[in-house]
Design a protein around this ligand. Structure first.
Ligand SMILES: N[C@@H](CCC(=O)N[C@@H](CS)C(=O)NCC(=O)O)C(=O)O
Length: 198
């Protein structure tokens, strides 16, 4: 199997971290810039987005959530997405963190429009406020106090490090001091260290 990814993509990083956490060795990572619209990526994902997992039978899986659920089901014994004892609260926490990732990536895209003079202050503020409100709600949700590593924690760490990487001026640590302290330890997880964008 082949995983199209880029170092900077927080969605791809989350998938790569989980693949490593589950010690899956049969997935080859292929560094891909989605904006180059390579034929390989377009054939696999008409949306031309990464991450995208090309299976051995030639079919492909996207987006990140589908890939995460697939690898967890096939290789992780449903360790991250429990199928027998579904917690709708945890499912919603997952959606909240994924939604914040969406806002963080959309904010980055808005900022890249700066050069064209098309950056929208309205949308930038809206995306930033959604992230800060989301983090404030996560601060008191108990996500960081789980005894074993969860998919919510891995995705949250990918989000927070993406904020530091692309939105260094966003003072999220002031809003979420407890999460900030948690990240200081959690970021040492080997699968996060080995997937950190440089
Ligand atoms: N919902 C998708 C989002 C993936 C996504 O937006 N990836 C970005 C890179 S971070 C991308 O490929 N952008 C290229 C584009 O939007 O054309 C997922 O969870 O995988």
């Amino acid at each position: 199997m082949k995983l199209f990814y880029s170092d900077a993509s927080p969605y791809a990083r989350c998938v790569r971290a989980v693949i490593r956490y589950l010690s899956i060795t049969t997935i080859i990572e292929i560094q891909t810039n989605p904006l180059e619209n390579s034929e390989l990526l377009l054939d696999a994902n008409p949306l031309a987005k990464i991450p995208c997992l090309l299976l051995n039978d030639g079919s492909s899986l996207f987006d990140s959530e589908v890939i995460l659920r697939f690898v967890d089901h096939e290789f992780g014994g449903n360790r991250f997405f429990d199928k027998t004892d579904i917690s709708w609260k945890k499912e919603t926490q997952f959606s909240l963190i994924k939604g914040m990732l969406d806002s963080a990536v959309a904010l980055r895209q808005e900022q890249m429009r700066e050069q064209e003079g098309n950056r929208s202050p309205f949308w930038c503020a809206r995306f930033e406020q959604a992230i800060l409100r989301g983090l404030s709600s996560v601060e008191h949700s108990g996500i960081t106090t789980e005894s074993s590593v969860t998919i919510q924690q891995i995705m949250l760490a990918c989000l927070l490090e993406y904020l530091d990487f692309r939105h260094a001026d966003m003072e999220w640590r002031k809003v979420t001091p407890a999460i900030s302290i948690w990240l200081d330890d959690f970021e040492d997880l080997p699968v996060l260290k080995s997937t950190r964008p440089s």
